[in-house]
Design a protein around this ligand. Structure first.
Ligand code: SF4
Length: 337
């Protein structure tokens, strides 16, 4: 299981063109794409991270974060290395910004190995593809996800959403829930800070929402970069208008990390933006900081605290076995148990 031929590429003269994400890298013999894990060798494109994991853990589903998808459950979470973006604030930069050839992988796991591990814990609902960008190891995601789905378990993908339409369609055949990182509503931010583009991410979000798969969005708020009220308002209105007001939004507090040294996001900024978001969206949360009002799930109809959260611990306060409010019966969680 050293390297395996990649999906989604074409030959282009002496080079190959990877068609997996919107970068569409043109790769010369011996070279890799922007993600540093897809390599051209003798006219073929190979993935160098198939089955090679940098991390494997049973995590609370709330850690992904997914707050409206089987709350209180556990999910086997796996990641490899590499990313098709290069954000200077990346919280997992030790794995996301490391080329496959520079990482010492301890073990290689077949899809069957992952299924066996997933089944070994009773409370586990399935597998989350996370930690680094799963789009760039799609071959392994698809192989594992098909086995997991075949066993009646769930597949979750935590992604930046920077993927071409055809591979996203293929993922939609077996992924049940997504958390997509919407880093900013500015194409300049995507181009100059993350080395990508906004429009393909918005297109992915629309496609996922139209597929009716479960979707939550995370927006990391970085002072001076993406915290302008006007731009944030435009983003929230777009989410409500294009994806629906029930779309769950997680605002996440930035802390100095990797190449970015400025101070952490003030709690006032997060509170103000959350208040703005709440005018358009039913479920707004704030993470990486203790703001209890924005941690619990409240019924948008009668304001009862349906789910109380403390860290990753969840307490079902006023929610019935169908995920509806105990008091007014508003459906809050579509995938509950
Ligand atoms: S997946 Fe990697 S190699 Fe393929 S286009 Fe995207 S960055 Fe380039």
């Amino acid at each position: 299981m050293h390297s395996r031929e990649a999906m989604y590429y074409e030959t282009a003269g002496e080079k190959v063109r990877c068609l997996l994400c919107p970068h569409q890298c043109l790769i010369k013999e011996g070279g890799t794409g922007i993600c540093h894990v897809r390599r051209h060798e003798k006219g073929k494109l190979y993935t160098d991270v198939y089955g090679k994991l940098s991390a494997i853990n049973f995590d609370p589903i709330e850690k992904k974060p997914l707050y409206h998808y089987f709350p209180g459950s556990v999910i086997l979470s796996i990641g490899t290395v590499g990313c098709n973006m290069h954000c200077p604030f990346c919280q997992n930069w030790q794995i996301s910004q490391t080329p496959a050839k520079s990482f010492s992988f301890r073990d290689v796991y077949s899809a069957g190995d992952i299924l066996q591990i997933a089944r070994s814990k009773k409370q586990n609902i399935g597998v989350a593809y996370t930690y680094n960008e799963p789009v760039i190891w799609i071959e392994y995601v698809l192989d594992v996800a098909r086995q997991i789905r075949g066993a009646g378990m769930k597949n979750v993908m935590v992604s930046n959403g920077f993927i071409a339409p055809a591979p996203l369609d293929e993922l939609l055949t077996c992924i049940d829930a997504f958390n997509i990182d919407l880093k900013s509503f500015s194409d300049d931010f995507y181009r100059n800070v993350s080395g990508a583009r906004l429009e393909p991410v918005l297109a992915s979000l629309k496609k996922i929402a139209q597929s009716e798969k479960h979707l939550e969005i995370t927006n990391l708020v970085i002072p001076g970069y993406n915290d302008k009220e006007e731009e944030f308002l435009a983003m929230v209105k777009w989410i409500a208008g294009e994806l629906g007001k029930e779309t769950v939004l997680h605002l996440s507090r930035y802390h100095p990390m990797y190449k970015m040294e400025q101070e952490a996001t003030p709690s006032d900024t997060l509170r103000k933006l959350a208040e703005t978001a709440e005018k358009y969206l039913l479920y707004v949360y704030v993470g990486n900081i203790e703001l209890q009002d924005y941690r619990d799930t409240k019924c948008p109809n009668c304001n009862a605290v349906a789910i109380k959260r403390s860290g990753y611990h969840t307490e079902m306060k006023a929610i019935d076995e169908n995920g509806s409010c105990l008091y007014c019966h508003k459906k809050i969680i579509r995938n509950y148990s």
